[in-house]
Ligand binder design. Structure first.
Ligand code: N01
Length: 560
């Protein structure tokens, strides 16, 4: 059924809460705000389906790098017991099926308006409401606004001269056509070797007549060791689900089951150390590998041992020594850019139809009608794939004309980098909540767990407001600045800032170089959030309601 059209502040466009985005965060926010708090909620979604990241990223090979038994909602035990994943890591179509199933199972779709891109959100202090405008000319308003807009949702095609003149077809991995692309018999370029490039390259190579990969930075890549789900393991895992989900909150990355390391890499003899890395390599996965020793992310010398182990693996797999050397990462410590998990990536360079080009020493200068030109050579292509990443973490929020109580835009407030309280709220933006915003551990964690934790914290905060007849909440500037400093200080205690990563905004020309995620760990972060809630929200200003609460806010439908 088509959704009813919002009309300004008329009742049709007026809600208790508006959620922007129908990815995993937005769906869970809808579930909790509507079914637990009894609010009248509208979700606005730019795409024509649910899923967010998993809706847009349909490129060949797209797969999650967190195991499927972990990468799923925990809020409903029947759901997690009944759903069965075919493989160790879910691929994009399977995850999208799962998210659609969740939307249907919990009857979420009826409160989502698809094909609706939010272009502006403004806070009206007098009326105490957020007013959201859409690209289609509609308006919606609500006292509470939840930005579930994602961290990697604004795809970025570098501003290469001449792109509009290209006579072939071009694609970005994050905006992949719904019907897929057949590269059979084509000369294809892939630009970029992050997770998206590394996952798609082996598959495109099997189709294309000729594949040329343009690599600017060699990445650390570990084997996923994907395969069919081990059903005995699944049964054991499901029997322990409740316990495991709880335990995940006591871990740095939000994933339980990996024994924490106890020794420095430098306290272990080289042969034993390499045997440990070998075991982790065979086991597959990134957390397990980073958990080999206590100090891989904090001590350069310790990190060097793991980095060199991976470089030796690359040299052993890739037959052409010059290509192997080019694939060896040497400008950042392992783990400081997002570790990539692969299936047959390095082996792909042993194929006769695949060539690797160094786009660091010979940068791409322009796209031509027939292909592209680097500073050293000209190439002819039928198709170009941009696996060039996203305006991460702040892009989606800054793209919206988001204005707070004093009319300042979020983009202005964040001109030198994001300032947030817990990555959830910003001073001057009352009742505006972000899910896994900058300053939270979101992107450095099992993302669904972080989405659930943020939404649960927001629900707790709204309950507190209801109980105390509070109209608005926002952080104090002092608390926000203290948190933002803390996020930066923690990052400086690690090796993370040594990499030119999207965590640092380094992939976007002109973007402030600030380390954005909180890397103190999900465990510390959640404890901090819980303590703030238990203490009555110190660091937040709560403004009492002038008049009694409107009916929908006082009517609690659920009690979980
Ligand atoms: O993007 P990226 P992504 N000329 O930013 C290169 C998540 N994810 O889409 O490193 C030439 O990592 C750029 O080079 P450099 C995951 O968190 C998860 O791959 O900037 N090259 C880089 O190689 C991931 O980290 C999954 O020097 C240019 C690449 O493009 C995040 O999304 C799957 C260039 C961009 O890599 C982003 O991954 C997919 C230029 N002008 C994504 N500009 C899984 O769960 C950029 N590049 C497995």
């Amino acid at each position: 059924m088509p959704p009813s059209k919002g009309t300004g502040d008329s009742p049709a466009g007026s809600y208790d809460a508006i959620v922007v985005g129908a990815g995993v965060a937005g769906l869970y926010a809808l579930r909790r705000l509507r079914d637990t708090l009894g609010l009248k909620v509208k979700v606005l979604e730019a795409g024509d389906g649910v899923g967010g990241t998993w809706y847009w990223n349909r490129y060949p090979g797209c797969r999650c790098d967190v195991e499927s038994l972990e990468y799923s909602f925990s809020f409903d035990d029947a759901l997690q017991q009944e759903w069965s994943w075919p493989e160790r890591y879910g691929n994009q179509p399977e995850i999208l099926d799962y998210v659609n199933h969740v939307a249907d199972r919990f009857d979420l779709r009826r409160d989502i308006q698809f094909n609706t891109r939010v272009t502006a959100a403004r806070y009206d202090r007098a009326g105490g409401r957020w007013r959201l405008d859409t690209a289609g000319g509609e308006s919606f308003s609500a006292p509470i606004c939840i930005m579930a807009t994602g961290n990697l949702s604004v795809p970025r095609v570098p501003e290469f001269k001449g792109l509009e003149s290209f006579q072939g077809r071009w694609y970005h991995t994050g905006m992949w056509p719904q019907g897929g692309v057949d590269f059979t018999g084509l000369r294809v370029a892939v630009i970029g070797t992050g997770s998206s490039g590394v996952q798609s390259i082996p598959i495109i190579a099997r189709q294309a007549k000729q594949l040329t990969v343009f690599q600017r930075t060699a990445n650390f890549i570990l084997p996923a060791q994907n395969g069919p789900m081990d059903r005995a393991r699944e049964t054991r895992h499901k029997a322990e689900y409740t316990e495991r989900r709880r335990a995940a909150y006591d871990t740095p990355f939000g994933i339980a089951g990996y024994p924490p390391p106890t020794r420095s890499a430098l306290d272990v003899p080289a042969a034993e150390r390499n045997a440990i890395y070998e075991r982790k390599w065979a086991e597959g996965g990134s957390i397990s590998f980073l958990y080999s020793f206590t100090d891989l992310l904090t001590n350069q010398a310790a990190n060097d041992t793991a980095s060199e182990f991976v470089r030796d693996k690359i040299r052993a797999i890739v037959k052409d020594p010059a290509t192997a050397e080019l694939l060896c990462p040497n400008d950042h410590p392992i783990g400081t850019k997002r570790l990539v998990l692969d299936t047959g990536y390095f082996e792909t360079y042993n194929r006769a139809n695949v060539t690797l080009v160094n786009a660091r020493t010979a940068p791409i200068q322009e796209i031509t009608p027939t292909g592209l030109r680097t500073t050293e050579a000209e190439y002819a292509f039928d198709a170009i794939v941009f696996a060039t990443g996203f305006d991460a973490m702040t892009g989606a929020l800054k793209e919206i004309d988001l204005r707070g109580a004093d009319g300042l835009t979020l983009a202005e407030e964040w001109r030198d980098g994001p300032h947030t309280m817990l990555g959830i709220m910003c001073a001057g933006f009352p009742n505006l909540f972000m899910i896994t915003g900058p300053g939270s551990p979101g992107v450095k964690s099992q993302m669904i767990l972080s989405c659930e934790q943020h939404v649960d914290w927001i629900v707790g905060c709204l309950r507190h407001m209801r109980a105390h007849d509070i109209a608005t909440v926002e952080p104090t500037r002092a608390a926000q600045e203290a948190w933002t400093r803390h996020v930066g200080d923690i990052a400086q205690m690690t090796l993370y800032p040594k990499a030119n990563s999207w965590y640092m905004g380094a992939n976007i020309p002109g973007k402030p170089r600030v380390f954005m995620p909180y890397v103190g760990g999900v465990d510390r972060y959640k404890r901090n959030c819980d303590e703030i809630a238990a203490a009555g929200y110190p660091g937040f200003v709560m403004t009492p309601r002038a008049e009694p609460m409107p009916r929908p806010l006082v009517a609690a439908a659920g009690n979980d």
